[in-house]
Write a protein that binds this ligand. Structure first.
Ligand code: HEM
Length: 180
């Protein structure tokens, strides 16, 4: 497995390096916002928030698919180890940083632009908390699969795939339409 070009240690280092580079670019972009007007700053922060949210959602939607394939791989097999590495990289390199940035930028926008007021905003935060609970559940499942404790049937993970989708639909309608 260490010889595998995709799951060996060098590939892991490259993945971590790319993720660190992306975080540095993000940090530089956020710091340079001190130089632009408040109106432009709001738009740039919102754009960065949406980029972070898309990256987080991509992971939340892909992870249950990996659990389905992993559940079919015999315990201790090369395939099972490959899925475990893929799950851990997806979680640590993409999903964890993307979730933290979505929260930080979202809370800053909520505070600076809306002073945390508005029924749509309160409900959105509740829905994002539910999305975060799904994230934590997936994260614990990644650890369980890594210990070769298989969790859930293929049908269960197909259903779980729908939970972040439904929450995302509710969140986007709340923030764009602002119905109340
Ligand atoms: C607790 C975490 C979050 C908070 C506090 C938050 C808050 C906000 C705020 C205040 C805005 C600006 C709205 C405006 O000025 O019109 C915004 C924009 C946006 N948020 Fe979030 N957000 C969070 C997480 C998320 C998540 C998880 C998603 C998607 C699944 C999301 C999707 C969006 C989108 C698409 C916009 C752009 C809306 C537009 O321009 O009309 N947010 N968010």
């Amino acid at each position: 497995m260490a010889d595998d070009p995709q799951i060996g240690a060098p590939a892991g280092r490259r993945a971590r390096l790319r993720a660190t580079a992306a975080l540095v670019v993000f940090a530089v972009a956020i710091v340079s916002l001190a130089l632009v007007s408040p109106d432009q700053r709001y738009l740039w922060l919102k754009a960065l928030h949406v980029i972070a949210v898309i990256s987080w959602m991509a992971g939340l939607l892909y992870m249950p698919r990996l659990f389905i394939y992993h559940g079919d791989a015999p315990k201790g097999s090369v395939q099972a180890k490959t899925f475990s590495v893929m799950e851990q990289r997806l979680l640590k390199v993409i999903m964890n940083p993307a979730m933290m940035l979505s929260w930080m930028l979202g809370l800053y926008l909520a505070y600076s632009v809306y002073g945390f007021s508005g029924g749509w905003l309160h409900l959105k935060i509740v829905a994002v908390m539910a999305l975060t609970a799904v994230h934590v559940f997936f994260s614990r499942t990644v650890d369980a699969f890594a210990r070769e404790e298989y969790r859930g049937t293929a049908r269960f993970w197909r259903l779980m795939n729908e939970v972040p989708t439904l929450l995302m639909i509710v969140i986007v309608i709340l923030v764009v339409v602002k119905p109340f």
